[in-house]
Design a protein around this ligand. Structure first.
Ligand code: FES
Length: 109
């Protein structure tokens, strides 16, 4: 039997509720779908294409080594309160690189 380690992320929503979510590597296509499956609010309107910006999050703790691609950067540039800690959750893969990181959901609506 193959060992499939568990990782976890902490998500803070815009009401400052804290949600801890465990996952295995590539359990979902990306961080947006993991959050959407564990969070009662609508999250990720364009279903992960990197175009809508509704999955805007900010890195609160930890360092994300995954580089920002052109489409993600263009979408972030259209969001008024994005900054250097901003990312689109749909562009972040579920793997050991985000283990124990904390992200905040930003409400842009
Ligand atoms: S789901 Fe639309 S940009 Fe991420």
């Amino acid at each position: 039997m193959k060992f499939n380690p568990k990782y976890k992320v902490t998500i803070t929503d815009f009401y400052n509720e804290i949600i801890k979510i465990s996952f295995t590597k590539h359990q979902y296509p990306n961080l947006m779908t993991l959050i959407a499956d564990n969070y009662p609010e609508e999250f990720g309107e364009c279903k992960g294409r990197g175009l809508c910006g509704t999955c805007h999050i900010k890195v609160i703790s930890g360092t994300l080594s995954t580089p920002i691609q052109i489409t993600e950067q263009k979408t972030l540039n259209t969001i008024y309160d994005s900054d250097r800690s901003s990312r689109l959750a749909c562009q972040i893969m579920l793997n050991e690189k985000i283990n124990n990181m904390t992200f905040k959901i930003i409400n842009n609506n």
